[in-house]
Design a protein around this ligand. Structure first.
Ligand code: FAD
Length: 322
């Protein structure tokens, strides 16, 4: 008899997040044909997202839909998730390595008395074991880890594992009931910054990032135009955030977000080690900097030595023609 693999899926603005489809694929890679793949979807007004998720999951989508779950709140989400996990007795549970996943996964691990491997970027199955690869020391090294027992908890770094392909037939969708538990906390309102609202920085395929070289808030305008044209997101160095040119929610690096887009365009960023920690795993890195000795050029696949205020509008103009 097979084991049960559970994916805890997430929505954003009512839509299924791409990292959840990557987590489904992670479950596919870690499991065997005889195993069951079940996705759990927590939130409110989830019909559309559940229907979409069902196209990618082999066996079942279980929905826990309640107004209390409309916005993430640790206590409420755990109160909804724990009975479902108790019922399913999973071998492995997969989460996205997102703000929610990073908070909820360790609580699920504590509840199940499970081991956890976080921030996984690759999965390999050999004869009788599955090994999970994760970056260490801000991306300077990688380790392969294996579990020796179950239950197991995994979080998946966005943009590293190819999203799952649709299955031949959609999975069955069922509803689980949620009984709200008394909570000392309540979420009054969620403030979503405009730049984040467009495309999630951690899931964007293209990131156009600005550093102190951007020189002002207004200096980000050409970067925003380029990002919008390429359907990407705007990021920043801590230098730019500290200078007040942009919101800290855009910060990429050791103490900011980790991104792994297909294309990362660093504009006026020197390439400090703490910044590299958040973007060096990007597939193609393009650096624009006035200083030919800037360390960012050491990690860049393509380097443009020049003034970003000349180069970025030229790039935008050229991409517009394509
Ligand atoms: P600078 O180093 O000042 O570089 C600006 C660059 O812009 C220069 O290379 C310059 O040549 C270029 N430039 C100037 N004008 C132009 C122009 N017109 N056109 C083209 N190029 C131009 N940093 C992060 O980014 N993320 C983090 O998460 C982070 N965490 C940190 C944690 C700790 C504990 C510490 C100590 C530091 C951390 N830092 C982090 C800060 C980091 O060390 C650097 O100070 C910061 O990354 C520098 O930002 P910057 O490259 O934008 O600025």
């Amino acid at each position: 008899m097979g084991n049960t693999y559970v994916i805890v899926a997430e929505t954003r603005g009512g839509r299924l997040r791409q990292v959840s489809l990557e987590a489904v694929q992670a479950a596919v890679l870690a499991s065997r044909d005889e195993d069951k793949l079940i996705a759990l979807l927590l939130g409110h007004q989830l019909q559309e997202a559940a229907t979409e998720l069902a196209r990618y999951v082999k066996d079942q989508v279980m929905v826990i839909d309640h107004p209390d779950l409309a916005m993430y709140q640790a206590e409420a989400y755990l109160a909804a998730l724990a009975p479902a996990l108790d019922q399913l007795q999973p071998h492995t549970v997969f989460f996205g390595h997102t703000a929610i996943g990073r908070d909820l996964a360790p609580q699920a691990a504590a509840h199940l008395n499970a081991g956890q491997i976080s921030d996984v970027i690759a999965i390999a199955q050999t004869d009788d074991t599955v090994s999970y690869t994760r970056p260490l020391f801000a991306g300077k090294a990688f380790e392969n880890r294996k579990f020796t027992a179950s239950p197991q908890i995994i979080t998946i770094r966005p943009n590293n594992i190819t999203p799952a392909q649709p299955t031949p037939a959609p999975a069955e969708i069922s509803e689980l009931t949620y009984s709200p538990s008394p909570s000392l906390r309540t979420v009054i309102k969620e403030v979503v910054s405009k730049s984040i609202g467009r495309i999630d920085l951690t899931e964007a395929k293209v990131v156009v990032s600005g550093g102190r070289g951007v020189k002002s808030k207004a200096g980000f305008q050409p970067l925003e135009e380029l990002a919008e044209l390429l359907q990407g997101a705007v990021g920043a160095s801590r230098g730019a955030c500290d200078a007040g040119y942009c919101d800290y929610s855009l910060q990429i690096g050791q103490t900011g977000k980790v991104v792994t887009p297909e294309i990362y365009i660093a504009c006026g960023i020197s390439g400090a080690i703490q910044h590299l920690a958040g973007m060096s795993q990007s597939r193609i890195i393009i650096a624009i900097n006035k200083d030919p000795e800037a360390p960012i050029f050491k990690v860049a696949d393509y380097g443009i030595v020049g003034d970003l205020f000349e180069v970025v509008p030229l790039l935008t103009e050229e991409f517009r023609k394509v």
